[in-house]
Design a binder for this molecule. Structure first.
Ligand code: 3UK
Length: 541
């Protein structure tokens, strides 16, 4: 394997070839040239396709056309190359809310042959240190308002690799007098000589939000980025040029990078970026920007619907849910309130984006969907053998994208016989629909029964008194573990024994009795990640 990079750190730390997944490129759409830079394919090509004057990005502060974004990205790329001496293959940490400047920086880095390492704005210095040291970050581009933790991390990291920190203006700080990358860029040319990368060169490192251990960095190439723009958006989402995308995932989460930036741009559509994206912020944004395509997590759909924030006149056309299993009751509630059938899809940081999904016409409650064209998926037993339809086992997938951890022994755990094994327990039915059960390590084993928490959560969510819930196993001397539910009640309901009995009876009436929650604890909120996932491991502690 070759690389066009001068700094070969990532290339030198690819997993050994025998631990890499199989890649499949059977579709003609997935035949890419040997030399390709995805930032050029997406952004410069948008201009060639005639989108130059179309709106590309809006936010509360400004509106950019495709030409505006290209000009900014090229100017920033010139700064990176000429003033900050970025070499192809260098890793550049990005730290910002979802802003137009952050997007321009992402394109600037990739155009210059750098490797973009986007990070969640909420990360603190200790977490940033792990990323800087693992990825040997050389440059950082940081929203000025978020600088404190980054500067602490630069000070505290072991490798001392991070030499160059540049700032971006943000809504809060207009940076009078501070030398910011976006201001410096204005004095540079809007033309840039793009780095001629191999399609197999790395262009992003995406960190996983694992619950234990040092975070893993997943390597993704220009070809991977073009593959995700080709498959799910064209075969499942099918947006139109007139669509306005909006959503909550940070750009540092690949669900957000694809859904809010790369996919709308592939179609000449536009995105409305929000710096904060609580259900209330989302609603205001949807109205203000007349958004038509929404990307968010299941709990956010549920809150929007339950708080009466949204109705049939929202203007939304397509609603995408990912990050966690979408409970049937949430799908039904959203349909009832908005008239829209949610498009569910499972993706992972390792696979870069969604590989099993169903569009609004083919969705069925309780199933994630079918394998996306371009990918293959199956269910494996503990020994790596394929299971027949109807049996629960490990979800395994292959396609044009796949898992490559940067220098990490955990690669061997994700790859089995060339399949990517995601750590999810699933079953596939006779019609090829995949039904989520639980994370394999979240399976509750009680008195010898295997119990999938999400099935019980779905049932509890259909109880009229319940807003949100999460189910975990609690260690128990007699049974090994018992089913315990953490429940948020609706505003007018009191947490007492009769409510508990009512929820328990509700579950016993619908599921095998051994699955009912023996304990229910009422809480005000559930711990969640920035990517919208309930942190069940925290509830277990
Ligand atoms: C879970 C789902 C059931 C599942 C992601 C879309 O979530 C993303 O990536 P992560 O690496 O987490 C992956 C894990 O999250 N999951 C995600 N979506 C679903 N479970 N139904 C779903 N629809 O456990 C998976 O292994 O944070 C999602 C696009 C890009 C992404 N990175």
């Amino acid at each position: 394997m070759k690389t066009a990079h001068l700094d070969t750190f990532v290339h030198d730390n690819l997993p050994p070839i025998e631990l890499q997944p199989d890649f499949i490129f059977e579709l003609p759409e997935l035949e890419f040239p040997d030399k390709m830079n995805c930032a050029v394919e997406i952004l410069d090509m948008a201009i060639s396709k005639g989108y130059g004057d179309r709106i590309c990005i809006q936010c509360d502060r400004l509106t950019w056309t495709y030409q505006d974004l290209l000009d900014r990205a090229n100017q920033m790329a010139n700064v990176l190359k000429k003033e900050l001496h970025l070499k192809p293959g260098n890793r550049v940490l990005l730290r910002s809310a979802n802003t137009p400047e952050m997007v321009a920086s992402w394109f600037a880095v990739v155009k210059a042959g750098g490797i973009a390492v986007a990070t969640m704005p909420l990360l603190r210095s200790l977490e940033l240190i792990q990323i800087i040291d693992k990825a040997q970050i050389s440059h950082a581009i940081c929203e000025h308002a978020l600088r404190e933790e980054l500067l602490k991390a630069q000070e505290g990291c072991h490798s001392k690799s991070l030499k160059q920190v540049s700032f971006l203006r943000s809504a809060e700080s207009q940076l009078d007098g501070v030398n910011s990358l976006d201001m410096t860029a204005l004095s540079h040319s809007t033309k840039f000589e793009n780095f001629s990368s191999l399609s197999t060169d790395c262009c992003i490192l995406a960190f996983t939000s694992g619950t234990t251990g040092v975070p893993k960095a997943t390597i993704h190439t220009h070809r991977d980025v073009m593959s995700i723009c080709t498959c799910w958006p064209q075969f499942v989402l099918k947006p139109e040029q007139s669509d306005v995308f909006i959503g909550s995932p940070p750009i540092a989460f690949t669900f957000g990078l694809g859904g809010l930036i790369l996919f709308p741009m592939t179609f000449g559509a536009s995105v409305a970026l929000l710096e904060k994206a609580s259900p209330k912020d989302l609603l205001i944004g949807i109205q203000k920007f007349k958004a038509t395509v929404l990307f968010t997590a299941p709990t956010s759909y549920r809150q929007l619907a339950l708080e009466g924030l949204i109705d049939k006149h929202s203007g939304l056309r397509k609603c995408v849910s990912a990050g966690e299993a979408l409970p049937g009751p949430t799908r039904a509630l959203w349909k009832q309130v908005t008239g829209i059938e949610i498009i569910d899809g499972i993706g992972t940081t390792e696979m870069l984006h969604i590989f099993i999904s169903a569009n609004e016409l083919e969705a069925i409650p309780g199933a994630t969907g079918r394998v996306v064209k371009g990918y293959k998926a199956c269910i494996l037993d503990d020994n790596g053998n394929q299971l027949p339809a109807g049996e629960i086992g490990h979800l395994a997938v292959k396609g044009p994208t796949g898992c490559r951890y940067l220098n990490d022994e955990r690669q061997a755990k994700y790859i089995k016989n060339g399949w990517n094994v995601t750590g999810d327990a699933y079953l596939m039915d006779e019609n090829g629909y995949f039904h989520y059960q639980s994370r394999t390590d979240d399976m509750i084993i009680s008195s010898g029964y295997n119990i999938a928490g999400p099935e019980i959560e779905t049932c509890i969510l259909s109880h009229p008194s319940v807003t949100e819930c999460a189910v975990v196993g609690e260690p128990d001397d007699a049974r090994g573990a018992i089913v315990k539910a953490f429940v948020i009640l609706k505003a007018n309901i009191s947490a007492n024994d009769s409510t508990t009995k009512s929820i328990q009876d509700h579950v016993k009436a619908q599921l095998a009795p051994y699955k009912y929650p023996r304990k229910i604890e009422y809480v005000e909120s559930l711990p969640k990640t920035e990517t919208g996932k309930i942190q069940r491991f925290k509830l277990r502690q």
